[in-house]
Design a protein. Structure first.
Length: 84
């Protein structure tokens, strides 16, 4: 029996193609989600939503957002350490 006409080989090749397609699609979805979240965080901490012509507002927003994030991280660490 020729390998190309073997029904098991045909089924195996179809399954491999389907798995490859699923892997490619899931990688694209996961990758694009991560990139989108990173871009949102960059824009948020970079004060992209503020008027870029007002440097004081942009700088104040950046400082406030970074300080808030550091405070939240510090609070989480403090609560975790005191819980132990």
């Amino acid at each position: 029996m020729d390998r190309r006409t073997d029904p098991h080989e045909k089924t195996r090749l179809e399954a491999l193609r389907a798995l490859k397609r699923v892997e490619d699609e899931s990688e694209t979805i996961t990758g694009s989600t991560f990139v989108r979240m990173a871009q949102r965080a960059k824009g948020h901490f970079g004060a992209a939503d503020k008027d870029q012509n007002d440097p004081v507002e942009v700088l104040g927003t950046r400082i406030g957002r970074i300080a808030g994030a550091l405070f939240a991280i510090g609070l989480i660490i403090y609560l975790f350490v005191t819980y132990l």
